[in-house]
Design a protein around this ligand. Structure first.
Ligand code: GDP
Length: 438
């Protein structure tokens, strides 16, 4: 999907400047882009308003800068638009697992049947394909060829045009052969729409599939909602595959429309090749839209800091009761968030500032050394780092297998955190946190 403008807008946003103005600017760009991607106008306005409101009214948790907080909000709202932060479960719940694919002609159903078969084959399942599209003459041959290409057996009866009986026989054929997953390809067009839906209903009644998957072409945009609804009324749709997301800027329409039906998008098709099928992961998709590969780690960091950095810790920090545990907690949370250097580049004015000037490239190395040093401190030292003198520094360095200078730097961190705490001990901040100034 073409979301370059969002990406550029985000880069501009991260550059700094007046916060409220840059929020406004980003929101405007996002709204335009969503509409361009065929997201329903009302929905686009709703989302951007919500983002704006949250961004301007809510306070970031302690340790998070406003800009980081804003990115998290954008991310959460876009993820919600595309169906939430759950990853779809792709494991069949029982064996055999019968999947019936439905969808309009040209949506990529036959291709997707083979892609899906290939996907599950690689997952270690024994898979079978049933060619029950008797309306499109080439469908059987197409599936047969694809099946040969991926080494999956195809059941079909080229001379029979009773799709229902082929589906039924195909499923028994594969059940007899102890197949784990049976995928039925069905027709996508009839002379009359009712005939098509009628056939879907009959196959579904006779075969009793475990899962009906709707295949939908991303380029149809907002219409996706109506199509999904129509099929859903005929055969309850368990999940959805959106195809051709590689070739369209309009995918936002299909995805959001589909999300609006409540069915879950399980896979997306991203090309014509047999392996161009991906498990749909809304958070990852949003990261891709925003062009921030590591946004997930940022969000994770925010969540963790929300959890880990408790109010009590904040209080401790402000009251100046800093011990090594607090420094440790801070360092560990920084350590856990992965390629820190990247994030530091990404966000100017990182919320959790490391007071020490360290080259971001070296930070990862430093952090692991500091953690090693902390791990070799005694409880007493952890509780009261002030007692750490020259000889203790030496012993800690020796115990941790790091240089004396590394331990010194770590202690400097502690000193700086103490200083930071003093700065924080201002009346206005104390008031905000509901702490009575002494
Ligand atoms: P059916 O009528 O629904 O069975 O559709 P087909 O499986 O025959 O696919 C129609 C066309 O869409 C074919 O040319 C496929 O190669 C193409 N196609 C299917 N899925 C994708 C996809 O994810 N990306 C792209 N670019 N093309 C696709």
């Amino acid at each position: 999907m073409v979301f370059d403008n969002i990406r550029n807008a985000l880069t501009r946003f991260l550059k700094g400047g007046d916060y409220e103005k840059s929020v406004e600017e980003f929101i405007r760009e996002l709204q335009k882009e969503l509409v361009r991607a065929d997201v329903n106008l009302k929905l686009a306005v709703e989302i951007t308003n919500r983002i704006k409101e949250r961004a301007l009214k809510s306070e970031p948790p302690p340790g998070i800068s406003r800009r980081e907080w804003f990115i998290t909000i954008v991310y959460e709202e876009l993820t919600r638009l595309l169906g939430g932060d759950k990853k779809p479960s792709i494991k069949p719940l029982k064996k055999p697992w019968v999947i019936m694919l439905v969808g309009l002609q040209g949506s990529g159903k036959t291709t997707t049947a083979a892609k899906l078969a290939y996907f599950y084959k690689l997952e270690g399942y024994k898979v079978g394909l049933v060619a029950a599209d008797t309306f499109r003459p080439a469908a059987y041959t197409q599936l047969k060829q694809l099946g040969e290409q991926i080494g999956v057996q195809v059941y079909g009866e080229p001379d029979n045009n009773d799709a229902v009986s082929i589906a039924v026989k195909g499923v028994s054929f594969f059940i007899e052969r102890r197949t784990d997953i049976i995928i039925i390809d069905t027709a996508g067009r009839h002379h009359k729409e009712e005939d098509l839906l009628d056939e879907m209903r009959k196959i579904s009644e006779q075969v009793k599939p475990d899962e009906v998957i709707l295949v939908i072409d991303a380029s149809i945009g907002q219409q996706a909602h109506n199509i999904a609804k129509k099929f859903h009324e005929t055969t309850p749709i368990g999940s959805i595959i959106v195809t051709k997301l590689d070739g369209t800027a309009k995918g936002g329409g299909a995805l959001s429309a589909v999300a609006a039906t409540g069915a879950m998008v399980k896979f997306i098709g991203t090309g014509e090749k047999i392996d161009e099928l991906e498990v749909f992961n809304p958070p990852r998709f949003v990261s891709r839209i925003l062009g921030l590969g590591d946004i997930e780690s940022l969000v994770e960091k925010v969540r963790r800091l929300q959890l880990d950095f408790t109010e009590e810790d904040a209080k401790r920090l402000i009251e100046g009761k800093i011990n090594m545990r607090l420094v440790y907690k801070q360092l560990v949370s920084l350590r856990k968030m992965g390629p820190l250097a990247k994030i530091m580049q990404m966000i100017p004015g990182l919320g959790v500032k490391l007071p020490l000037e360290v080259d971001p490239k070296q930070l990862e190395v430093k952090l692991s050394k500091w953690l090693a040093a902390i791990n070799s401190m005694t409880y007493e030292e952890l509780e009261n780092p002030d007692i750490i003198d020259k000889s203790r520094i030496k012993r800690i360095a020796y115990g941790a297998g790091v240089e004396i200078d590394d331990v010194r730097e770590l202690l400097k961190q502690y000193e700086l955190m103490k200083k930071l705490s003093k700065q924080l001990r201002r009346r206005d901040i104390l008031k905000k946190l509901g702490i009575k100034p002494e």
